[in-house]
Design a protein around this ligand. Structure first.
Ligand SMILES: [Zn+2]
Length: 253
């Protein structure tokens, strides 16, 4: 009996923590076969946790395994210039996992809501987290009026499109990203020298990150208007965004 128990344990090791995190927030479950871990999609397809290939950053973007999504840790805290090439935590996404979680037909799953009074369309799954961000920002703006100009307009929410200059699906096409207004933002493709720069205040970044949104200003390929719901990256192994256990309130954000 003892031997059998020991064998049963030996056959079911704990999944890597990153895979556990992913399964908490996405439509995948951790699967184990022949000594290898996979993220299994609802239709039975499997994404390897580790495909055993060593890759350049561009190869990771083009053909990632689960581990590649977590290869660059996402760090919160004081905003600092990002000067290390390809230091872009969160830019690597396994598209099949996002499509399974936010699709099929992500366009049909969007809701229109008001974010600090500004109409925006996002995926219904992220609405509660975005509502909590709005509440944080409203309080921050009350304390500090200098935040107001950054929160008057948005430049985007849901948009069925590829990432500029690529064939990869944008996070906006799933409805999990919003953009602050371009007039207060910096984007590497717009700048001649492509040297990191930023005007978005710390308090705004903090409010989004507290609820599981990553910020494009933490990227070498900076996109400072861009906030994207990626709760799996707030680890290790994976942080539950602070307000996420609160009940769903109204959608008037
Ligand atoms: Zn964006």
């Amino acid at each position: 009996m003892l031997v059998l128990l020991w064998l049963a344990e030996g056959e079911s090791p704990r999944p890597p923590p990153e895979l556990d995190c992913l399964a908490r927030h996405y439509a995948v479950r951790a699967a184990y076969e022949n000594g290898a871990w996979f993220a299994e999609l609802p239709d039975g397809r499997r994404v390897p946790f580790d495909d055993g290939r060593s890759k350049t950053f561009d190869e990771r973007l083009a053909a990632p395994d689960v581990q590649d999504m977590f290869a660059i840790p996402y760090r919160t805290g004081a905003i600092r210039p990002v000067e290390t090439e390809n230091q872009d935590p969160g830019r690597v996404r396994v598209e099949a996992i996002f499509a399974a979680t936010y699709g099929p037909r992500p366009a049909s799953r969007q809701i229109r809501l008001r974010f600090l009074g500004i109409p925006v369309r996002v995926h219904r799954k992220i609405a509660p987290a975005l509502e909590r961000v709005a509440a944080r920002l409203a309080r921050a703006r009350q304390r500090d009026a200098s935040l107001a100009p950054f929160l008057r307009r948005l430049s985007g929410g849901f948009a069925a499109r590829k990432i500029a200059g690529t064939e990869r699906t944008s996070a906006h096409a799933y409805g999990i990203a919003i953009d602050l207004h371009t007039s207060v933002s910096d984007y590497w493709r717009w700048d001649k020298d492509k040297k990191w720069r930023n005007r978005i205040p710390q308090a705004i970044v903090d409010a989004f990150e507290a609820e599981g949104f990553i910020w494009g200003g933490r990227w070498y390929h900076y996109d400072t208007m861009h906030f994207e719901y990626r709760p799996e990256l707030f680890g290790p192994p994976c942080r539950e965004p602070t307000g996420s256990r609160r009940p769903l309130g109204n959608r008037g954000i």
